[in-house]
Design a binder for this molecule. Structure first.
Ligand SMILES: [Zn+2]
Ligand SMILES: [Zn+2]
Length: 271
């Protein structure tokens, strides 16, 4: 079986020192591709470096600045970051977006930097990885204003660790966005997210860990790692009433379409 972790941070302080073993353990449970995500200048450069080092293990990178750190680049995205988009194995721009839960950066700075990421993704023709927490309304407004026809055609959108609930599913459909669902879908109290996982169209779904954070049950309290994406697949497959094999095929076909990758399965899932 081929599993994909659509969003993790093996370039984080918690996982970087042990990255080779982390990637190996993921490989042992069938994780054939994983996307390690840039969240600032340093971690973006490290994501590119890890994708180079572990290319044969299927590691890809994204480059961007997390909304938490928007204030650090409030003057604009630095050239040293922009240039990373051309590096080999950079599959997407992000993570970017809005986080009004922690408010580590002022809203104005977050919005400005989010807009700059959208323009950047459109310019380089890469998909966009979006992080939104408690800010869906503003995020949608920005996406709707930002050259809607262009980003729909050339810049597919992924809402990572989707937390918009059932309420925003129709807005996601209008944006033609992909939804990536993470470890919280396994948490006992998260019935609404399981309902979301059951309802996302099969051709718009991704699974992720967001490791080292958001560890799925039954490992909560420990560090998360990409090998645990299997638990996310199992929970989502259960919520949808399909086999994990079928879900793996669907996600593979979605990744091929979204990132422009060669599919791992020769055949897409049969409808
Ligand atoms: Zn995030
Ligand atoms: Zn992340």
């Amino acid at each position: 079986m081929f599993l994909i972790d659509a969003h993790c941070h093996i370039n984080s302080d918690q996982l970087r020192a042990d990255a080779l073993n982390v990637v190996r353990r993921a490989g042992e449970v069938g994780v054939t591709r994983l996307l390690t995500v840039g969240a600032g200048l340093t971690t973006s450069a490290e994501a590119v470096e890890l994708a180079r080092l572990y290319a044969t293990q299927g590691v890809y990178a994204t480059v961007g600045v997390h909304p938490h750190d928007a204030k650090i680049v409030a003057g604009g995205l630095p050239e040293s970051l922009l240039k990373l988009a051309d590096a080999p194995r950079v599959a997407a721009i992000g993570e970017t977006g809005l986080d009004y839960h922690y408010n580590h950066s002022p809203h104005d700075a977050q919005k400005k930097i989010f807009r700059l990421h959208i323009e950047w993704a459109v310019r380089v023709g890469k998909p966009l990885v979006i992080h939104v927490r408690d800010a869906m309304r503003d995020a949608l407004e920005i996406l709707q204003d930002a050259k809607p026809t262009e980003h729909k055609k050339k810049t597919p959108l992924m809402f990572h660790c989707y937390a918009g609930g059932l309420e925003y599913l129709s807005a996601m459909r209008d944006l033609d966005a992909y939804l990536s669902i993470g470890g919280p879908v396994t948490w006992p109290k998260n019935g609404e997210l399981r309902e979301v996982a059951a309802r996302v169209p099969e051709d718009r779904l991704f699974c992720e860990t967001d490791a080292p954070w958001l560890t799925p049950s039954p490992h909560r309290g420990k560090l998360n790692e990409p090998a645990h994406v299997r638990l996310v697949y199992e929970e989502i497959a259960r919520a949808r009433g399909i086999s994990i094999q079928r879900l793996a095929r669907a996600v593979d076909a979605n990744a091929a379409r979204f990132f422009g990758w060669e599919p791992l399965y020769a055949e897409p899932p049969r409808v």
